[in-house]
Write a protein that binds this ligand. Sequence first.
Ligand code: TRP
Length: 351
Amino acid sequence: MRVVSGIQPTGNLHLGNYLGAIRNWVRMQDEMEDANRAQAAAGGSAQGNQCLFFLADLHAISMPHVPAELRAATLEMVAALVACGIDPDRSVLFNQAQVPAHSELQWLLSGTARMGWLSRMTQFKDKSGKNREGASIALFTYPVLQAADVLLYQATHVPVGEDQKQHLELARDIAQKFNNDFASDEDPVFTLPEPYIPPEAARIMSLRDGTAKMSKSDPSDMSRINLSDDADTMMKKVKKAKTDPEPLPSEAAGLEGRPEAKNLVAIYAAFTGQDIEGVLGEFGGAGFGTFKPALGELLVETLAPMAARFNELKADRESLDAILARGAARAREIAGPTLSRAYQALGLIRG
Ligand code: TRP
């Protein structure tokens, strides 16, 4: 298995980002490790399964952006990934901009991708909105870069959220047409990647309003647990979270119409690996005076050590640069042969 996935750099990371993408990546990394160990035990090579994770900084310029903010967000995201458990020794961790093969392959694939295919991408329609004339070309060709991102490494599995599934299907269509047009069936240039949609991560909502998503842009800092918060702040935010006066129900149905209660229970469930029923089995009948401190302690126990590491690493530019440089060097090496084959297949002469 070769797992490849990207994430757009955003700043002000919070609990929602952790329970969304980041934790899934850490799990994939650990699964690769298990698979390698099992293969080694069976007498095979222990290097076969690998994860490549990257910051999609090239994708970020498809929308209006502030350069200094992009740079800061990219570094912050690397610090977060490492703090939360992505191990740059075990996974290849890098940013696209340091691996020119991404941009190069994008152009090579642009001869294969069809206008009609890209016109059907719902993310482009959503992001360009009513101002399609004013949208950047990068926003339109964004999925071709995404195809290059994964095809470059012969990815077999690509973990993405539901919203990215269409882009992955496009990557498969591009790979298939390229192989058809420019390679033989026995010796295809690209592997067709499988999307891997992780089991629905709980949607984490604001601590001040159970109907709004937890967001970095919410003006109230009390609405979210930041990855940079210290233990006391986390505990305080949980204790001040908006709730209602009722005790917790014993069954999930009792949470309907109680979005704030539901959100806190969902967070508890996500951190303990239980389902909602399991948490209510433990806390049904209890008031928030009991539940909130328990949730706060859980957060402090799991998230606060990561937050401390995150803050430390975020301030250590030298280490972050070194991590990215090393990851990019490994990525360039893995990408090289496929990129060469793609040039060659197209009849392009390259020294
Ligand atoms: N477009 C993805 C997102 O916004 C990020 C991304 C870029 C990606 N390239 C990728 C994800 C390649 C998976 C594989 O979430």
